[in-house]
Structures are given as C-alpha cells and as structure tokens.
Design a protein around this ligand. Structure first.
Ligand code: B12
Ligand code: SF4
Ligand code: SF4
Length: 343
C-alpha cells in the first residue's frame, strides 16, 4: 500500500484537474453565529433550506462526527473574455459566466468521486469519505478559507491570490487524519471594488450579503414576481450575476479554466432576447440540456427574459411580449404585462 501523506493526496487531486487543494479540520467555530444572524435577519429570502438543518450547516463536526479531516478543492472556471461586455447589450441577455456551458455540479462531483475512490484504494477499505459540492448543508466558503484556498472577500465569496474570484468549491470529508493547512489571511485591504459594483446594493456591510437583493438570488432562486423596485436594476441579467466577482483586482492573476466544459458556448454569450422569450417548455429543456439553467425551468427563465425586455426599451419586441400577456403561468403573464407597460 502506498504511503499516504497529504502531499500525495494534493498531487493526485491536482492531477485529476482541481486547481488548488487544502486541508482543514471539520470545525467552524465562528460560522454558526454568522449563519444564525443571516437567517434571523431573513437575508436568505425564500431559500428556506438555509434555515433547515442549521446544526449541520453551521458545524461540520455535527454533520458527520467520525470525520477527522476535510479536503477542500478549488475548481477554476475563469473566463477568457470580459464578462462585463454582455451586460452592455440591450437586445440580448447576460448569462453568468458559470452557467455558459455544462453544469459544474456534475463535473465537480465526478472529479471528487474519482479522488475519493483513489483515496480509499490507497488508504484501505476502512477509510470512509463523503463528497459535497454546493447542495449539502456544508458551509464551503469558511471551510475553504480555513484550508488555505483563499479568504472570504468583502463580496463574501472566496478569493485566491492565484485563482482570483472565479472558482467553485468541492469538499471531501474523510475519516483519515490529515494535517491541516494554515488558513489564508484577508488580502482585501482598503479595496471596495466589489461593494460599489453591485447594481442592487446587496451588501449591507463588507463581508455580508442580503441575498434578497442579489441578482443571482432573484434570477435563480426566487420564485414568483420580483419586487417591482428591483426589476429595473436587473438590466439584461437573465441568469445569475458576476459584477462583484468581475470587479475584483485579484482576478488579474487568474488563468483561463483548463476544463473546456466551462468555456462559453457561443449561443450562451449574448443570446438575443427575441429567441429566448418564445421558448416553450420543450424548447427550453432542449436548449439548456446539461446546463445549470435547466434547473430553474421555463417559467422562471421566461420571467427573467421579460424583465430584461422591459428594461431594453426595444419596441420591436412588443409583438413577442403580447403573446405572453395571458400565459398560463401567472408570474410570466404578470411579467409580460409589466414589460409591455415599460415598452
Ligand atoms: C446560498 C448560496 C448563494 C446565495 C446566497 C449567497 C451567500 N453569500 O450566502 C445566492 C443565491 C445569492 C448565491 C449567489 C452566488 N453564488 Co452561491 N452559494 C450559496 C451556498 C449554497 C451557501 C452559502 C452560505 O452558506 N451562505 C450563508 C452565509 C451566512 O454564509 P457566507 O456567505 O459564508 O457568509 C459569511 C459572511 O457573511 C461571513 N462574515 C460575516 N461577517 C464577517 C466579517 C468578516 C471579517 C469575515 C471574514 C466574514 C464575515 O461569515 C459568514 C459565514 O462564513 C454555497 C454553497 C455551500 N454549500 O457553501 C454557494 C456558493 C457560495 N456560491 C457560489 C457562487 C459561484 C455564487 C455566484 C458567484 C453565482 C453567480 N455568478 O450568480 C453568486 C455570488 C453572489 C455573492 N456575492 O455571494 C460558490 C462560491 C465559490 C467561491 N469562490 O467562493 C459556492 C461556494 C458554490 C460552490 N460549491 O462553488 N449563492
Ligand atoms: S452577484 Fe451581482 S447582485 Fe449579487 S451581490 Fe454580486 S454584484 Fe450584487
Ligand atoms: S474586490 Fe476588493 S474588496 Fe472585493 S473581494 Fe476583491 S479585493 Fe476584496
């Protein structure tokens, strides 16, 4: 059996394609209080799942008491172009960089499982692992910071000195005892670029976000009509938002994602609103097969496209909007009426 130290694990994970690897104990003494404050202030909006299983989310040692170490993995999705170009178009939608091709959940999970299987082969069948990416009650950002992958920037996401802001996080919890890495320290200094870049003023304070105002939340997580006061601020952003990430000066050290499955699909860089607003359920599912966008469904997506049309000032789109004024989905119909009134 091979000698298994953390450097061997790190090299293997890098070989599998992860961009950076760090190790931590499954302990987050500060996170629970901050999570509690976030939920008490209702900053999670309709994401009720954030308030469920708080005991696990806020304390990884409660989630799986047998785990001795957490291997945190960063996966770069750095774009090769300026993502802010897309928000300058009035006739086309802006889709967040992370959603311009394949769904990262699938890619990262498969990579995590490959590293996990290798780990068990090397360390012996007694070793247990659990892999997580995004959807489990695990606070991945504070764990990533503790494992030295980066620090939680003022926009609340993890920033790395080499990776900038464009990377996903994955976690492997294991019963193996692996030496923790030193936590990364904050390198934001006096910078406030992300805070001032936010179109909806979603940061009540540095390092804190009110998801209810965040365009990523409003376009992806929020169901039903969006607050009318916020709709004009969405501009042409129809799925997610990158403004605060793109503003970060640490991105200048980041290199384009190695995995081509994150490179933008040409038809998702600036898709014409006229093409998107006419999608029915089947056409929506076909167009977004394999993409994270598929998760929000046709109705929420078309709602977002109608808000973008309402903000576009493009009267040539009126005839397409009028076809949706009595859409069977109430939220779509209401968005169409709003867009029509704006045009
Ligand atoms: C819920 C969620 C959202 C929500 C809420 C965001 C949020 N910040 O909470 C919404 C839908 C808005 C969202 C948006 C996005 N998300 Co998101 N999201 C999550 C999720 C599922 C949970 C995050 C969470 O626990 N929030 C609860 C709050 C309380 O925790 P927190 O954000 O860590 O808050 C901390 C700070 O407030 C901090 N704090 C408070 N005061 C102070 C003071 C100081 C000095 C410091 C240092 C810290 C501090 O303490 C809290 C606890 O650590 C994670 C995946 C996961 N399981 O972790 C992905 C995740 C955070 N999202 C991710 C991404 C990529 C995005 C988007 C960029 C997508 C997009 N382009 O549209 C945006 C970015 C918006 C933003 N600025 O955060 C990535 C981030 C990767 C990274 N490099 O950090 C994650 C980790 C998913 C993944 N597996 O890769 N997301
Ligand atoms: S993702 Fe966009 S809306 Fe959300 S906090 Fe960042 S800049 Fe603001
Ligand atoms: S933009 Fe500035 S303040 Fe925001 S995360 Fe990057 S370095 Fe920190």
């Amino acid at each position: 059996m091979a000698v298994l130290d953390k450097e061997t694990v790190r090299q293997q994970a890098l070989k599998e394609g992860f961009s950076q690897v760090g190790f931590a104990r499954p302990e987050l003494p500060e996170a629970m209080g901050r999570l509690q404050q976030y939920v008490d202030l209702e900053r999670h909006g309709q994401m009720a799942w954030m308030a469920d299983r708080m005991a696990w989310r806020g304390d990884p040692s409660a989630l799986w008491p047998e785990a001795k170490s957490v291997i945190m993995l960063a996966e770069s999705y750095t774009p090769d172009d300026d993502p802010m170009e897309a928000i300058k178009r009035y006739d086309a939608g802006a889709i967040s960089v992370y959603a311009r091709n394949r769904d990262y959940h699938d890619i990262v999970k498969k990579r995590l499982k490959r590293v996990g299987r290798w780990l068990i082969n090397q360390a012996g069948a007694d070793t247990e692992i659990k892999v997580f990416v995004d959807t489990a009650p695990v606070m991945e950002k504070p764990l990533g910071a503790k494992a030295g992958l980066g620090w939680q920037g003022k926009h609340t996401n993890l920033v790395g000195r080499e990776l900038g802001s464009w990377f996903f996080l994955g976690a492997i919890f294991t019963t193996l005892d692996l030496d923790p890495d030193p936590a990364e320290v904050d390198h934001c200094g006096s910078c406030t670029a992300c805070l001032t870049s936010c179109p909806t003023d979603a940061f009540p304070a540095p390092y804190q976000i009110d998801a209810r105002r965040c365009i990523s939340y409003l376009t992806i997580e929020h169901h039903g009509p969006v607050d009318e006061n916020l709709r004009p601020l969405l501009g042409n952003r129809i799925y997610g938002c990158d403004d605060c990430l793109a503003a970060c000066p640490w991105n200048k050290f980041a290199v384009e994602a190695a995995d081509i499955r994150y490179h933008a699909r040409a038809d998702l860089v600036s898709p014409p609103l006229s093409e998107l607003v006419i999608l029915d359920d089947a056409a929506f599912r076909e167009r977004f097969s394999g993409s994270p966008i598929k998760r929000i469904g046709r109705n929420r997506f078309v709602r977002n496209v109608l808000y973008a049309i309402g903000n576009s000032g493009d009267k040539t789109l009126k005839h397409l909007v009028s076809a949706l004024l009595a859409d069977p989905d109430e939220t779509v119909a209401e968005a169409a009426n709003w867009a029509m009134a704006r045009l």
